[in-house]
Design a protein around this ligand. Sequence first.
Ligand code: FES
Ligand code: FE2
Length: 344
Amino acid sequence: MNFVKNAWYVAGWTSEFDHCLKALTILDKNIVMYRSHLGEVVALDDCCPHKLLPLSKGKLTEDQIVCGYHGMTFGKNGQCTRIPGQKNIPPNAKVHAYPTYERHNIVWIWMGNSEQANSTKIFDLPQFTDPNWASHHGDALHLKCNYLSVAENLVDPAHVSWVHPTTLGSAASEDIPVDFDITGDNIIAWRWIRDAPPVGFFQQYGNFNGNVDRWHYYYLHLPCIAVIDFGSVDTALALPADRRHEGCQIYALHFMTPVSKDYTIDRWMHIRNTAINDEAVSLKMDEMFKVAFDEDKAILEEIQIQEQKEESRPTLRLAIDKGSHIYRKRINRLIESEAHNASK
Ligand code: FES
Ligand SMILES: [Fe+2]
């Protein structure tokens, strides 16, 4: 399986990294990570260049990893600093150090060519730091399926009527067509469901008495970040789309980390403009999202089993599939261009 390597991926929430060795796999690469005493998050290839023992099986001593087999020691930059029993340190006694960056309590890792790592390109939203919005980390959904299927699901507003009938969707949206757009590295799919009773999620939040206009804007940032802007507003207010923040608006953020070709971690969080100082609401929303995301997981893992049997992609394309079609094409193009540049 090929992945897009020149991209920032989420390695975990800030709370997941401490002054101890943590082994994880991203894009099929085994990585060992830890937080140094200065607070930096260090990420190294989890493989000793001597006999290939994972460095995560060793010890962290004064911000350096001491291999558990013969004691070779590696600093934060992956360079070997000690080989017990000899003075000479050969130039290839080192492991790759991955660039990392931490912001908004999220730890990012650059999986490609280190020279191209640019932290100003890391995904951000102004609402992360806006006092009128509440930002809350949810959980990590582990899916036994390929990241492309997860991403497709996150540029697909049509499935909510069928997969999430008690939380995010309802029969009112079944026949409403989906609109699409592309801007830069963003694929956008959206639709409005007007003048319908609020769905389960907005029966809980919004204090609506009558029908609402409900929106779903799905932004898929290549390669692996999805932002779903959804919400509801009283139909009687007849608010235009660009004033939807005056309604009850929620951003559900999904950071997909491909572990291997058939395993993906989707770390999700939400940012909302309602009940912003109420932690109980954050936890209640978590519960509703967990119901919905488990419904997605069940569908996506079934599809994965089927795809592995058939060894082919489906050939039937519907109008609702435009976003996922463009996504797969763009991903293939990125992977091809990285392979082309690597062979130069
Ligand atoms: S395997 Fe690491 S020092 Fe020998
Ligand atoms: Fe879903």
